[in-house]
Design a protein around this ligand. Structure first.
Ligand SMILES: Nc1nc2c(ncn2[C@@H]2O[C@H](COP(=O)(O)OP(=O)(O)O)[C@@H](O)[C@H]2O)c(=O)[nH]1
Ligand SMILES: [Mg+2]
Length: 334
């Protein structure tokens, strides 16, 4: 079974056409699918549209967040909910073409674990395309993961990937990087990209800054995430040793030179060396202890902690609040 996960944030007009297209593709290729629409605090009536779709198609399920938690949280909720062996994520705004779905599955069939879309010909204003180019170049340079288009919303995964790779914040762009760091096999597929028909783009310039900070995080997580002390400790130890050497030199100077006529304990030109040495000692000690704290957090971190909160869901097409649900009877679906 294929699970199609669509994060939705104020896309009410796109949802029904999107569902129709997905339905056609599934019928034409005899795909067994489920569609999970995650409404991330939309204020434009997207949830009503999801309700209408779920009511007429039992393969569609809707989840509604209490407020906007971000795209990564919406995708994570979808991953948690999905039961398919394969998972496709795609944008809700009709810019991703559902007709690409069979091609993604064909790539996965070749033995890949993650297939990332590449909007080779983009239909977006240059103010989006140019920062995106720079961003992709930086990601390639810093992570060594060669994808043309890390930002593409359309990607396909084997479900095993999500047993191990968890995302939060806005790290959804880096799912392939995080998966590759764990040894999953990665591929890329050039896809059709279409201009936006309804609604507005949700992302502006702030995405670039956030994306860069997230890139640093990912670089750290994939490089040192399990061993923060390796990064902090290396710098800390260097500073500590340098500072220590400085203090030893000053002590030696004091011990052997203070009886000579040039030595005057009231002269202040010895002072900067002392300050630098002490500064380095303290800085190095701080970094080392931060590294120890970092290691503690990694060691005791609870990975199961939920990063979102669901207020409603559709059950057999009918929106219900989770509290109103009957207690689960099937032990495999807690
Ligand atoms: N869940 C969720 N989805 C979002 C959010 N912001 C954007 N999206 C979805 O991400 C997809 C791409 O967003 P879009 O604004 O088209 O970005 P662009 O294609 O880069 O201009 C769309 O399906 C949006 O509904 C958000 O805060 N939460
Ligand atoms: Mg878009």
């Amino acid at each position: 079974m294929l699970s199609i996960i669509v994060p939705v944030f104020n896309e009410k007009d796109s949802l029904e056409p999107l569902h129709e297209e997905i339905d056609q593709v599934a019928a034409a290729h005899r795909l067994e699918i489920e569609v999970i629409l995650v409404d991330d605090g939309s204020t434009d009536g997207s949830w009503d549209a999801i309700g209408r779709i779920a009511a007429k198609d039992p393969r569609v399920r809707g989840l509604r967040f209490r407020r906007n938690f971000g795209k990564a949280a919406a995708l994570t909720a979808g991953f948690d909910e999905a039961v398919g062996e394969f998972i496709i994520t795609m944008d809700a705004d009709l810019q991703d073409d559902p007709h690409e779905i069979p091609r993604f599955l064909a790539e996965i069939d070749r033995g890949l674990d993650v297939v990332s879309g590449w909007k080779k010909v983009r239909h977006d204003p240059w103010t989006k395309v140019l920062p995106s180019r720079v961003f992709n170049w930086m990601v390639r340079a810093m992570t060594g993961v060669f994808l043309h288009d890390h930002n593409c919303g359309m990607k396909c995964y084997r479900r095993e990937v999500f047993d191990e790779v968890r995302i939060y914040g806005e790290l959804h762009r880096f799912l392939p990087v995080l998966a590759a760091a764990r040894g999953f096999r990665l591929g890329e597929l050039a896809v059709q990209h279409r201009p936006r028909r309804f609604g507005r783009s949700k992302y502006g310039g702030a995405r670039f800054v956030k994306g860069f900070l997230d890139l640093l995080t990912v670089r750290f997580l994939t490089g040192f995430g399990q061993r923060p002390q390796h990064l902090l400790g290396t710098v800390g130890l260097g500073a500590f040793l340098l500072g220590g050497a400085g203090v030893v030199c000053l002590i030696g100077y004091w011990a052997f030179a203070h009886s000579t006529p040039e030595w005057d304990s009231r002269r202040l030109d010895q002072l900067p060396a002392l300050l630098y040495s002490l500064g380095l000692l303290l800085f190095g000690g701080q970094l080392l202890s931060l590294g120890v704290l970092g290691e503690l957090i990694v060691a005791y971190h609870d990975r199961a902690f939920r990063k979102y909160s669901i207020s409603e869901r559709t059950e057999a097409g009918v929106p219900v609040a989770p509290a109103a649900r009957a207690l689960p009877t099937d032990p495999s679906r807690p």
